[in-house]
Design a protein around this ligand. Structure first.
Ligand SMILES: Cc1cc2nc3c(=O)[nH]c(=O)nc-3n(C[C@H](O)[C@H](O)[C@H](O)COP(=O)(O)OP(=O)(O)OC[C@H]3O[C@@H](n4cnc5c(N)ncnc54)[C@H](O)[C@@H]3O)c2cc1C
Length: 551
């Protein structure tokens, strides 16, 4: 993963040619496997209340609230952005905050899970060591004791920096260190052209990344007409125009897009494709100098970024109200009222406050607001959301391994054979290989809007077992002994996990308008960056919380 300059960050899997529609022949080979499992983590029925009648309301509209309360501020959504907004409000002296969250736990896409006593991620699983501009994240990490400054240098808690070996690629029947396909593993006939393309792409990234163009958070980038032009085209078109066709490079770049954005290079903008590299460590062609250690590395925990989410949620205490589905937000002259459905009492509640932060995906915010502003309608209409599937697989004994690089945190197959995985026990310091949980990620944004719709419907309609069988069959190519050692598969499905940075989204005026301070209803979500990562969510949450407190 991303400690090397070419390491993809989040897990993602090349789903395209591992057909999702056709049952895998490999499944039948593992018919003897026996494991339990099921869907975990998401209550899609609650989210879908926004589309249709509330169960208890015969008329189809919201019943009169059974409870009405006032608060100093209301935050809707307890993902990273909502938790950051609540933290900023409280730090600014607005203590009487209520956070309404649809699910039973806070964290959104950064929640965690546990199987057989082992923690594992349900979604986000790492945070790159932040660059200088991510001042909000740096402040958080210092407050949590993850980072300190010694003699002017940032020092991170070693237990949380991803341990070595970090990543490996399964290619040509064996494991190789790193994720960029090494030339030695490619057919000899491809080597020269691939090296030339690796070098050309490296130069293009260095050139594009000049002058503070690609910063994290993205709001601190120096935006220019050149970036607008990059944002107007797809990454594949941009690569084609430069004659960068080497299959190994194209596989790798497509993998990175799927990994970070939930969709392939044919759907994301060239801005997003380059941002992935230029905002962090660049792209290093084989033989080029290694980047300096500064800013390298990723922070990770067995439960992934849930480690951070849980620490952000803890100080909220009973200000956090889970199982509350916000259904309508009405902005009045002096205050804002929020009607929510309490999934536990199955009653409607009304919350009123002088300020509200909507920390929900923009398509949800557009449905929530009784009169959504034009910018919100426009931005929400322009966004496509990638579905994702995350499978946590409990193995009762260590896997056998093939030749090559040793088991790593992130283990990825080259080509189109399907899934890779992260090992939740990688950060443990136990001196032996034993039972573990492997977290397999699968982006389902594919290459087009049709792929998105097809995969979303499959996620909703197919049973967990057929998805689990596909994933197990994919991993069995890497580890033939896995099916026999699998005891449990807990699957988390996301219908609308993250907005894809498609051409035109990032540079749209509508998105910029929503990130500006508002009168009473403020917006906070990673969607506002068209780039779903912890730093962006935390930035927008902190920004919106501060703006709401000041308003
Ligand atoms: C599978 C996967 C892997 C990822 N891996 C990484 C990673 O390794 N590193 C990384 O930095 N990022 C990763 N991400 C990106 C991740 O989305 C961001 O890091 C971050 O968690 C986004 O936070 P957010 O608050 O913007 O959005 P969300 O997580 O979408 O939070 C929105 C919240 O609003 C709630 N909500 C929605 N509707 C309502 C309603 N009507 N009423 C009340 N509440 C509502 C939701 O339940 C949710 O809790 C990953 C994402 C996915 C899906």
């Amino acid at each position: 993963m991303s400690r090397t300059s070419n390491g993809p960050t989040r897990r993602g899997v090349l789903a395209a040619s591992l057909s999702l529609l056709a049952p895998l022949a490999a499944c039948s080979r593992h018919a003897e496997t026996s494991f339990d499992g099921g869907w975990v983590g998401a209550a899609h029925e609650r989210g879908h209340l926004l589309r249709g009648p509330v169960p208890a309301a015969k008329s189809g509209s919201l019943p009169e609230p059974a409870l009405a309360r006032r608060a100093g501020a209301i935050v809707i959504g307890a993902g990273i952005a909502g938790l950051a907004a609540a933290r900023a409000l409280m730090r600014a002296g607005v203590d009487d905050v209520r956070v309404l969250e649809l699910e039973d736990t806070a964290g959104g896409n950064s929640r965690g899970h546990a199987i057989a006593g082992m923690r594992c991620p349900l979604g986000a699983h790492y945070l790159p060591v932040p660059g200088d501009r991510a001042v909000e994240v740096i402040e958080l990490l210092e407050a949590l004791g993850v980072r300190k400054t010694e003699h002017g240098r940032a020092v991170y808690d070693e237990r949380m920096l991803c341990h070595s070996p970090q990543e490996r690629l399964y290619i040509g029947g064996g494991w190789r260190e790193g994720l960029l396909p090494p030339l030695e593993a490619l057919p000899t006939s491809e080597c020269a052209a691939t090296l030339a393309d690796y070098r050309a792409f490296s130069a293009a990234v260095a050139e594009a990344g000049d002058h503070d163009a690609f910063m994290i958070p993205t709001a601190r980038s120096r935006w220019s007409p050149a970036l607008t032009a990059l944002d107007a085209t797809t990454f594949s078109t941009w690569l084609d125009a430069r004659g960068l066709h080497a299959p190994a490079l194209r596989w790798y770049l497509d993998y990175c897009c799927r990994d970070d954005y939930g969709a392939g290079a044919a759907q994301v903008s060239a801005w997003a494709g380059l941002h992935y590299f230029a905002s962090r460590h660049g792209f290093r062609a084989p033989g080029a100098d290694a980047p300096s250690e500064a800013g390298e590395g990723v922070l990770t925990w067995p439960e992934g970024n849930a480690w951070l989410a849980e620490r952000l949620a803890a100080p909220l205490g009973d200000r956090l109200l889970t199982g509350r589905v916000a259904l309508r937000v009405r902005e009045g002259r002096d205050d804002v009222s929020v009607d929510a459905w309490n999934a536990v009492t199955t009653q409607s509640e009304r919350w009123v406050a002088p300020r509200v932060v909507l920390a929900t995906p923009l398509f949800v915010s557009a449905r929530l607001l009784e009169t959504p502003p034009a910018a919100l309608r426009e931005a929400a209409a322009a966004m496509r959301y990638a579905p994702w599937l995350v499978a946590n697989l409990h193995l009762d004994t260590a896997l056998d391994d093939r030749a090559g690089a040793p088991p790593s945190w992130d283990n990825v197959p080259y080509g189109d054979i399907g899934l890779g995985y992260v090992d939740a026990m990688h950060q443990s310091t136990r001196p032996y290989a034993g039972p573990t949980v492997l977290t397999a990620y699968r982006e389902l944004g594919g290459d087009s809007g049709v792929d998105i719709a097809t995969h979303r419907a499959q996620l909703l309609n197919e049973d967990w077992r057929s998805w689990a069988d596909r994933i197990v069959a994919g991993l069995a190519v890497l580890h033939p002994d896995l099916p026999a050692k699998l005891r449990r598969a807990d699957l988390m499905r996301y219908g609308h996990a993250m907005s894809i940075p498609a051409p035109g989204v990032r540079s749209s005026a509508a998105l910029q308008a929503l990130a500006a301070p508002q009168r009473r209803v403020h917006f906070a979500h990673a969607d506002l960056s068209a780039y779903s990562v912890f730093e962006e969510a935390f930035f927008h949450g902190t920004r919106a919380g501060r703006a709401a407190a000041a308003a």
